[in-house]
Ligand binder design. Structure first.
Ligand SMILES: Cc1cc2nc3c(=O)[nH]c(=O)nc-3n(C[C@H](O)[C@H](O)[C@H](O)COP(=O)(O)OP(=O)(O)OC[C@H]3O[C@@H](n4cnc5c(N)ncnc54)[C@H](O)[C@@H]3O)c2cc1C
Length: 473
């Protein structure tokens, strides 16, 4: 097992896509087996040394940014152990440090589909489980949680758990009494539900309950064909009407939104975006040989009805589809470049709200941002009532203003039964805002659950809730 402690060598592990920059740690350990992880944790637990688990560092909320102690990096747990085809789908078994795009490619080569697809596919499989990641295809298929069949997890004590779906043995702990919000997606705090399995506690637990070492995933048959498109509009009201119509009447697997400002950013790299376009959607729809034509006709009729530009972009082969996906991917990348250039922490919303509340939230975003004098973009998973607002400060005074607006949006989302994070998690960047969505007793219940698995509070310190809460009782 390799250990790195030279400041130059560990620098890249001290941050992530949140752009929190003041993280620090004594060293990074890079275990290669579950037994090594067990030994590292047993010693750290005995000596009360904080351990921050690191995936690929693509997280946007500072979850893997350490403030002291050691970093347990999963980079070397990178073996895909099995991909098995069965009658109607199959399953895959892989270690936590496998890069998601590698896993997806291997699955694809077997004629199978692993639906979770965060826009950033350089993340690790373990990171996606730890954050219950979602993506464009979540609109049809749901989040990572729906595809986890079993997990190998090491607890803070060093104990190794091998948990399969249906296994409730590790649930003999004080479970929180709150209910999950009625949103389509949620990645804020610990999951509880009446029929949950033990694996559900660890999915989305952001490195605070245990180290996820190995993941068995459910796989689906690969769809025969796919129609995808980036469709432009001259009027934003048309985009929103199309989204409502498509949600109600079409079986799309992805439905993503770009506002005018987002298109303006993308124009730097894609000058071919039509000049008059003020909004766009990206969609994907699975087809079979016998439905190819009818699906295309269905979309053409819908787009025509809502006045889409005729010279929009469509793709039916894998190469063109990859180009459209890359177009979608470029936007968060451009946002991240902005935060890095202006040396600002990321100000990006990740709330989702119940179906009936989305139009109100969207109107609030538009009205507030239009009058703010700040640069911003609104884009993302509109099919799931979940768009990301990135507010783009150029200096600290604009950043203060941006965080005030962010707080206003959060309060609104909380008032209509929304969730703080639909997919990126709470981490350190957003933990203080969790209080808007959960009361003190509910936060204490989360802390009690954490203490049951990690009595010394060594794992993922500062993620989800503050250390003070853990020390409280
Ligand atoms: C450009 C861009 C686009 C993105 N788009 C999406 C998107 O569409 N959907 C989405 O959901 N997310 C998205 N993200 C966020 C990010 O990719 C996901 O949160 C991803 O799941 C993080 O994985 P990672 O391996 O990088 O984890 P890290 O950032 O390294 O860690 C994330 C958290 O998980 C914990 N963790 C990591 N590995 C383990 C493990 N093995 N055991 C226990 N805890 C662990 C860490 O301690 C930390 O709290 C995007 C990020 C970027 C930069």
């Amino acid at each position: 097992m390799q250990t790195k402690s030279n400041p130059d060598e560990i620098q890249s592990y001290l941050t992530d896509a949140s752009f929190i920059r003041d993280g620090y740690a004594d060293r990074v350990v890079l275990p290669e087996t579950i037994e090594e992880i067990s030994e590292i944790l047993a010693v750290a637990n005995r000596d009360r040394i904080p351990v921050t688990v690191s995936g690929a560092g693509t997280g946007t909320v500072g979850g893997r940014v350490p403030f002291g102690g050691i970093i347990l990096a999963t980079d070397r747990l990178n073996r895909i152990k099995r991909i098995v085809r069965e009658d109607n789908g199959g399953y895959g078994l892989a270690e936590a440090g496998v890069v998601l795009s590698d896993f997806q490619r291997a699955v694809d080569q077997q004629g199978l589909l692993y639906p979770p697809d965060p826009t950033e596919r350089g993340c690790f499989l373990g990171g996606t489980v730890a954050t219950n990641a979602s993506g464009a295809r979540t609109f049809k298929y749901g989040p990572t949680r729906n595809y986890v069949q079993s997990l190998k997890v090491v607890l803070a004590s060093g104990e190794i758990l091998d948990l399969r779906r249906g296994d409730r043995s590790a649930l003999d702990v004080p479970l929180p009494s709150y209910h999950m919000p009625a949103t389509r997606k949620n990645a804020s705090g610990y999951f509880v539900a009446p029929e949950m399995d033990a694996v559900d506690l660890f999915i989305g637990s952001e490195g605070t309950l245990g180290v996820i070492c190995e993941v068995e995933t459910r796989l689906l048959p690969k769809p025969e064909g796919l129609l995808s498109g980036v469709v432009f509009f001259e009027n934003e009201a048309d985009v929103l009407a199309l989204v409502a119509d498509a949600r109600a009447h079409v079986d799309a697997r992805a439905l993503e939104f770009f506002d005018h400002e987002s298109l303006n950013f993308l124009r730097e790299k894609y000058p071919e975006i039509p000049d008059k376009a003020v909004g766009a959607i990206f969609f994907e729809h699975e087809t079979r040989a016998e439905t190819e034509e009818s699906v295309l006709n269905e979309w053409m009729a819908l787009l025509d009805q809502h006045h889409a530009f005729p010279d929009s972009w469509f793709a039916t082969n894998e190469q063109d589809q990859a180009r459209l996906r890359e177009f979608r991917h470029q936007l968060p990348v451009l946002m991240n470049e902005w935060f890095a250039r202006y040396n600002q922490r990321k100000v990006s919303t990740d709330m989702s709200v119940p179906d009936e509340a989305f139009s109100g939230l969207f109107r609030l975003y538009k009205d507030t941002l239009r009058d703010s004098g700040l640069r911003y973009t609104i884009f993302g998973h509109i099919g799931d009532n979940h768009v990301h607002v990135n507010i783009l400060p150029r200096d600290d005074s604009e950043a203060t203003h941006a965080w005030e607006l962010y707080l206003r949006f959060l309060k609104y989302a909380a008032s209509v039964g929304g969730t703080l994070s639909a997919e990126h998690g709470v981490g350190k960047l957003k933990r203080d805002y969790l209080r808007l969505f959960y009361n003190d007793d509910q936060l204490r219940e989360m802390a009690a659950l954490k203490r049951a698995f990690d009595p010394n509070g060594i794992l993922g310190r500062g993620n989800i809730f503050s250390e003070e809460l853990l020390l409280e009782n």
